[in-house]
Each structure stands twice: as C-alpha cells, then as structure tokens.
Design a protein around this ligand. Structure first.
Ligand SMILES: Nc1ncnc2c1ncn2[C@@H]1O[C@H](COP(=O)(O)OP(=O)(O)O)[C@@H](O)[C@H]1O
Ligand SMILES: [Mg+2]
Length: 251
C-alpha cells in the first residue's frame, strides 16, 4: 500500500468570481514523482500554491503529512514550509546575491546551523545538481538551465519531504530538458522524498512520472501511471497526450 503524503480534498478555489478549481481532489503518493498536466491557465500552479499553504481554498481541505494546513496560522505555516521545497517557474533567484548565498538562504531562515555548516550544506547541494563550481558566481553569469538547477538546489537544501516544481523545463532545449528531468529524478531518490512536478513536456513526464494527474475544467479528471494514462479511454486525455486539435478540448 502506498502512503499518501499530501492531499487535496474536494477543493474549490476562486479568484474573484472566476472558479479555478471545483471539487478538485488529488492524492500525492509518498516517495513518488507525481506530474500534473493540463492546459495553460487550468490551475496547475494554483495546486502547488495550495500544497505549500501559500493559498487557502475557498472550500475543501488540503492535508500535508496528515495535517489540515488550511487552518494553520501563518506563524506555524512558516515552519511547516521548511518541509516543502518550491522550485518556482522563474527560478526567482536574487540577482544581487551569489549562487552560494541564494542556496544558503533557506538554511539561514529555517535552520540553526552555524555559518560553516551552512556553507558546507549549500556546497554539497550545489554539487548534487552539478553546479559545484558556481558557489561564488552571480546568477547573471549562469545559463538558463544552470539557473534552473540552482533553483532546484535552493528548493532542496533544507532536505524537504516534498519538492514542488513549477514548469521546470518550459522554454528550454531538449538537452537541457533531459538534464533537468534527470536531476529531478536523482534529487527525488537522494532525498528519499516526494516530488510534484508541473510540466507540459510529455517526453520529460514519461521519463520521470510515477503518477500523472490531468487537470481539466477545475478538477483532476484522470490519474494513473504513465501506462494507465496512455491507455486511457478518456478522449480529453487522449487529445492532450496526442497534442491534437481534434477532440473535446475547446480551443
Ligand atoms: N492571483 C490571481 N488573481 C487572479 N487570477 C489569478 C491569480 N492567479 C492565477 N489566476 C488565474 O487563475 C487561473 C489558473 O492559474 P494557474 O494556476 O496559474 O494556471 P496554470 O499554472 O495551470 O497555467 C488562470 O486563469 C489565471 O489567470
Ligand atoms: Mg502555471
């Protein structure tokens, strides 16, 4: 039996009077990579924001490690977030800090490590994403793919139980995409943790996903392993996976 480490339970979420998620449920299996697919604007990033408590649902519940985080006061949420790494879509590194300082930041905020320990941990984490030589570099000196990996390093440096990746490969070439996908898989294994990855890149998803959830019109309409989704009889899933203009998805 697989353990569920995080869960959206019948979540409804609105921005103003626009309904983004409606009765949306998703189980995140511990120790697995779960990929979320769906059209642009479908609510994928919103799901990640709910999972780390940046947003609260209008209805329903969000559980992480058995705790309903919707009712957690902000002071507690701050501590709780150190158990969740977030690799943002646009790496969001601070331009005025070195890569080493950027990666050290979560340790300064969330741990009581000494300066020495912080540097050692940040260097080891950079090494695990293949960026050991960039400790003293500025973000502007790095390529797009390296920036992404530095963002991954920052997301995992606190050794979180769950790492959330928002479109880690969007806009990057196939070789960098392959490298980043490989890095996500390696970090998942190394942390012995769980990952939730939003991606549009089917090649990359097929390479890393243990489970795929497809969001459509506010809810997860299909969920399963790569093989199960590829064999799905749902015409929406088939149209999306085949990238076809023909089918039930309104264009
Ligand atoms: N802070 C916000 N205020 C208002 N609308 C928002 C906000 N964030 C996202 N949205 C809208 O919610 C929908 C879902 O957004 P998002 O979760 O970012 O989608 P995705 O990541 O799947 O592209 C989009 O239509 C977007 O325009
Ligand atoms: Mg998004």
């Amino acid at each position: 039996m697989s353990n569920i480490i995080a869960k959206l339970d019948n979540v409804t979420m609105r921005y103003g009077d626009k309904v983004i998620l409606q009765n949306c449920s998703l189980d995140v299996v511990e120790g697995a990579i779960t990929c979320i697919i769906g059209l642009s604007g479908a609510g994928k990033s919103t799901i990640l924001r709910l999972l780390n408590g940046l947003r609260k649902p209008d209805e329903g519940h969000v559980y992480v490690k058995g705790v309903d985080i919707c009712h957690m006061p902000e002071t507690k949420l701050i501590n709780f977030r150190s158990a969740i790494g977030f690799a943002f879509q646009f790496a969001a590194l601070f331009d005025s800090m070195t890569i080493g300082e950027n990666v050290s930041l979560p340790l300064r905020e969330h741990s009581k490590m000494s300066e020495e320990e912080i540097e050692k941990t940040a260097r080891a984490t950079l090494e695990s994403v293949g960026l050991e030589q960039t400790f003293n570099s500025m973000p502007s000196e790095l390529s797009g793919g390296m920036i992404k990996r530095a963002g991954f390093a920052r997301a995992v440096v606190t050794n979180p139980d769950i790492v959330l990746y928002d479109e880690p490969t969007t806009g990057l070439d196939p070789i960098v995409t392959h490298l980043l996908t490989d890095t996500i898989k390696r970090l998942r294994a190394q942390l012995n943790g769980t990952a939730v990855v939003i991606s549009h890149d089917l090649q990359s998803i097929y390479m890393m996903a243990d489970y795929i959830g497809m969001i459509f019109e506010g809810a997860i309409i299909a969920y399963g392993t790569v093989d199960e989704l590829k064999k799905s009889m749902n015409p929406i899933v088939q149209q999306f996976l085949q990238g076809s203009e023909v089918g039930p998805i309104p264009l």
